[in-house]
Design a protein. Structure first.
Length: 176
């Protein structure tokens, strides 16, 4: 009877250590993991800024995941509106991202970043929020930019401003 209990305890311990799916929140990440997330978020922001500075709608569109491209409603027009809204060339940006990742059998199978950045150009200051999925082992068409929202910093600083966090992928410009 004692052997059965020991074997049973070992089996339960093994399943808890590596055999189950696990979700990891930002608070559970190590400093090294946060550095990797920050690097991924900064790289995505650099690509967004390069497309904006060059008024390159196709470059911006290419950052979106295949799934987002299919689900977005009139993404070409949304990007055209953004290109019209965005003024100047970047002088600096700063910010970071939170991360939600899912592990299965000790391997990361999904990672989604929510970035928030301040982008300063020679003409305006903006706040940008974006959702980006750099890893999805089971659904490759989900990898890429999902959505982004942009607003002038003056509007962002107003009392009561809130990001929309829309359910539909795309580009959302807050003009007021």
């Amino acid at each position: 009877m004692k052997k059965i209990k020991v074997v049973l305890c070992c089996m339960i311990l093994c399943m808890n250590l590596g055999g189950c799916e696990k979700s990891k929140s930002y608070q559970e990440e190590t400093e090294e993991e946060r550095d990797v997330v920050q690097e991924m978020a900064d790289l995505m922001m650099e690509e967004i800024v390069e497309a904006l500075d060059n008024k390159d709608a196709e470059a911006l569109k290419s950052l979106f995941s295949e799934a987002a491209l299919k689900e977005a409603k009139d993404l070409d027009q949304q990007i055209a509106d953004l290109m019209d809204f965005y003024q100047g060339k970047m002088t600096q940006f700063f910010g970071g991202a939170g991360c939600d990742s899912h592990m299965k059998y000790g391997q990361e199978v999904e990672k989604e970043l929510t970035g928030h950045y301040v982008l300063i150009t020679d003409k305006e200051e903006y706040d940008i929020e974006y959702e980006y999925k750099p890893i999805d082992k089971y659904n490759g068409d989900q990898r890429g930019l999902i959505l982004m929202e942009i607003v002038t910093d003056a509007t962002f600083q107003k009392d009561g401003f809130m990001w929309e966090y829309p359910d539909t992928p795309g580009v959302y410009v807050h003009r007021n």
